[in-house]
Design a protein around this ligand. Structure first.
Ligand code: CUA
Length: 378
């Protein structure tokens, strides 16, 4: 008996601690809601889970009673044999039917609640799926970014979801989802596009992981993204930075130790900017190569629209659509051979063509310089 109690105690403890660490260890947990939308779905799930557990408990108790009460004994006679029982059959047909009805009522209510139009004053964000990355556009400000979308906390956001090629699906487990991203190019003439929408209000700041949830080709499983939920001031600052052209040469961070201005001096004189030659070399190569045919960087001659927008690229935590940590080393590996990392990627590599583009034939030094330049966009 004591060992049974110890075993049960261990099990309960394991379950409890598993619950505690859900958020940290599982960035795509679907049982740690952080928006009104996700909470609605989670509560539905939790309600049904507990009712199911109750039914399971009743079934187990009845089963245990029957197994013990009617167990075979050495001198037992053969039990009464039954073939067909109208009462039982009606019972086990009607019982489950009632359970299904009981589940469907709150489910249908939740479906309608999540499908209402965009709330007053909501921030509309266009979500456009591509093989294999995500584009995000803010129609109000005209700003564009890729693979890492920023939204404000405690403000309604309406994701307007579509695709540029095949069907993808937009899913951020902790914030809500999922909704198919359907191609908008193929539709009867004169007909309005039928977008899918997700309306939600995030109630926690943080970076939340998203994932394409509809098989869309070779690298479907590598088509992730991030949603950065910020306080209103942080969000506004990020938008302002995104809107600021980065035409001036990037500068290395000024060393505060060399700051000779005193605390009470009048406005400090502009610090002498340290130009990083590697960054400058990368800038030159990037803007002279075919990179700019596909990629855009606000305020420069790079205005391509068919590949991820790279404005403020250096601030992103991930690259290759949420698949790799954004480090200069990973970025170099990606520029050298995108298809090695993401099969089917349309970007050409150093020695391999990609999409309609021939191999770039960049040297290792050139790749390093381009990575340094992109990394400096922050
Ligand atoms: Cu995009 Cu799966």
């Amino acid at each position: 008996m004591k060992s049974l109690r110890t075993a049960l105690g261990t099990l309960v403890l394991a379950l409890l601690t598993a619950g505690c660490s859900l958020e940290g260890d599982y960035p795509q947990s679907s049982v740690a809601p952080t928006s009104d939308f996700a909470l609605m779905i989670h509560e539905l799930y939790a309600d049904i889970f507990w009712w199911t557990l109750l039914i399971l408990a009743v079934v187990w108790v009845v089963l245990a009673y029957i197994l013990i009460r009617f167990r075979a004994r050495p001198d037992s006679p053969v039990p009464k044999q039954i073939h067909g029982h109208m009462g039982l059959e009606i019972g086990w047909t009607i019982g489950p039917a009632l359970i299904v009805v009981a589940i469907s009522i709150p489910t249908i209510q939740a479906v309608f609640a999540t499908q209402q139009g965009d709330p007053e004053g909501s921030l509309v964000v266009d979500v456009i799926g591509h093989q294999y990355w995500w584009e995000f556009r803010y129609p109000d400000s005209g700003l564009i970014t890729a693979n890492e979308v920023h939204i404000p906390v405690d403000r309604p956001v309406s994701f307007r979801i579509s695709s540029d090629d095949v069907i993808h699906s937009f899913w951020v487990p902790m914030l809500g989802g999922k909704r198919d991203a359907n191609p908008m190019r193929i539709r009867p003439e004169g007909e309005d596009p039928k977008y899918n929408w997700i309306h939600l209000t995030a109630n926690e700041t943080g970076t939340f992981w998203g994932q394409c949830a509809e098989f869309c080709g070779d690298s479907h499983s590598l088509m992730g993204f991030r949603v950065v939920v910020e306080d209103e001031a942080g969000f506004q600052a990020w938008q302002a930075d995104l809107a600021t052209p980065v035409a001036a040469p990037a500068t290395a961070a000024a060393d505060p130790a060399q700051d000779t201005t005193t605390a009470d001096a009048a406005p400090a004189p502009a610090q002498v900017a340290q130009v990083d030659p590697l960054v400058e070399q990368g800038r030159e190569i990037f803007h002279q190569q075919t990179c700019i045919a596909c990629h855009a960087i606000a305020g420069t001659n790079a205005m391509g629209e068919i590949a991820p927008n790279l404005t403020l690229f250096g601030r992103r935590s991930s690259l290759a659509a949420g698949w790799l940590e954004n480090t200069p080393e990973n970025l170099q590996a990606w520029i050298k051979a995108p298809q090695d990392i993401k099969p089917g990627a349309l970007m050409p590599g150093v020695a391999v063509a990609g999409g309609n583009w021939p191999a770039t034939n960049l040297t290792d030094d050139q790749v390093e310089a381009i990575a340094a330049y992109l990394y400096s966009l922050r």
